[in-house]
Design a protein around this ligand. Sequence first.
Ligand code: CU
Length: 127
Amino acid sequence: MHWVCYLPGTTQAQTPLPIPDTLSGPSIQLTLQEGTREFHPGEVVNTYGYNGDLLGPTIILQSGQDVTLNVTNTLPDLTTTHWHGLHVSPANDGGPHSLIYPNTTWSPSFTVLDRASTTGTTLTGMA
Ligand SMILES: [Cu+2]
């Protein structure tokens, strides 16, 4: 299936929208990786993504479940990942104090305390 974006006053876009995968369960693997993407025909740009060249999967967690998230950094520099919106301890939350060096894996493990919601955004950044 291809998703197509229409903008008012324009013709049909030629590039399908990327729809991220979903992941769930007690052990989740996220791999930060380099990639490329051709947003406009003939213009290939360098990208970063989780488990792909752009964006990352939607993670579905159940309140009360235990989860370990294995975040592997295959980028050429150190980075970090933060579970924006999750109720977790600082050691499991990520951010500037939890750097992930190249070719290493950060594995926070916790019980999900949050009630049902659709909020939360995973953030990453080059340090
Ligand atoms: Cu946050």
